[in-house]
Unconditional design. Structure first.
Length: 322
């Protein structure tokens, strides 16, 4: 697609490019596979027309190459930005089934998108860009499909992917490995800061647009739209007796008088009436070693041990049995 779109850019066919972008967005939202194939065929015809007319030049090659390079870099950057550490959440299989069912045991609502195993890029999920029943509320179960296995991508917000699981088939429960908050029933609903750092707490409406999992940069917009309350270690505050979304922020908290701070969201959780929330903080995972780094470290370690080992032969005497 980058090659075909780059051809339109190189040939300065801007109207055709904008038309195909609009068609592509519509096709992705409504998941019209026949229309997608037709649009791709027309793009291929534009490309073949360019080749037939002999319009290829050095400028054309450079422009197409730049468009393809920018497209690849954008895809890599978006995927790198969207992924969180996969060790934060786990999808546990509870029983075998002929369908795919996921139960949300986390402290927040999540967005569940699933793809066919043959989808290599995984940008348009089953059901389109905005599929029905994609939002899985906390404590609820959702049946995704009857023809597993599927590839399941789960998001905590619009741009944060908390896990991608392949060959999913059966009944699963989504859980946090080390949840930063503990939610329990209580006669006095409250939020307690049990961490060692000062935080800013924003109590947002659960059904407010800033709490939507389809809203980009929701954590930043919620921090701007809702008032924040500074809580020092060991301090707690009462919660309203209604459904709400709690967002906990850190970063420059109480740096100056009158400045609450709170630039980085640490956790977002959904709270129901009659619940107490205790924030204990996030953990920091050690960086996993890549295969290349592990191989290099093993090589240098072996070389160092070999250089420090005593030689088998020395002047005037022979070593013992090896």
């Amino acid at each position: 697609l980058a090659l075909l779109a780059g051809n339109l850019v190189a040939m300065h066919q801007w109207r055709a490019l904008l038309s195909f972008v609009a068609v592509g967005v519509t096709v992705a939202v409504l998941q019209l596979r026949v229309a997608a194939l037709a649009a791709t065929a027309v793009l291929i015809l534009f490309f073949l027309k360019t080749l037939w007319e002999g319009s290829i030049s050095l400028e054309w090659v450079v422009t197409v190459a730049l468009v393809m390079l920018v497209a690849v870099i954008s895809v890599v950057a978006i995927r790198a930005r969207a992924r969180q550490d996969p060790r934060n959440f786990v999808l546990l299989k509870e029983e075998d089934s002929e369908s795919l069912v996921i139960h949300n045991c986390c402290y927040m609502d999540v967005k569940v998108l699933f793809f066919f195993p043959t989808d290599a890029v995984r940008f348009v999920p089953v059901g389109g860009l905005v599929p029905k029943h994609a939002i899985l509320p906390r404590g609820r179960s959702q049946k995704l499909g009857d023809n597993p296995p599927y590839t399941v991508a789960i998001y905590g917000s619009f741009e944060d992917e908390i896990g991608c699981f392949v060959n999913a088939k059966g009944r699963y429960s989504l859980r946090a490995t080390f949840p930063p908050v503990s939610i329990s029933r209580s006669e006095v609903p409250a939020f307690a800061n049990s961490s060692e750092a000062s935080v800013v707490l924003c109590i947002c409406g659960r059904h407010h647009w800033t709490s939507s999992l389809w809203c980009p940069l929701a954590s930043v917009l919620a921090r701007i739209a809702w008032p924040g309350q500074v809580l020092f270690p060991g301090q707690e505050t009462a919660l309203p007796g209604r459904d709400c979304t709690l967002r906990v922020y850190t970063g420059f908290v109480g740096l100056a008088r009158g400045v609450r701070g709170g630039l980085q969201q640490q956790v977002c959780c959904v709270v129901e009436p009659g619940e107490r929330v205790e924030y204990v903080g996030n953990i920091t995972w050690t960086q996993a070693k890549s295969k290349e780094r592990s191989s290099a470290a093993s090589f240098f370690s072996s070389f160092r041990n070999l250089s420090q080992a005593p030689s088998f032969l020395s002047k005037g005497k022979t070593s013992g049995p090896s």
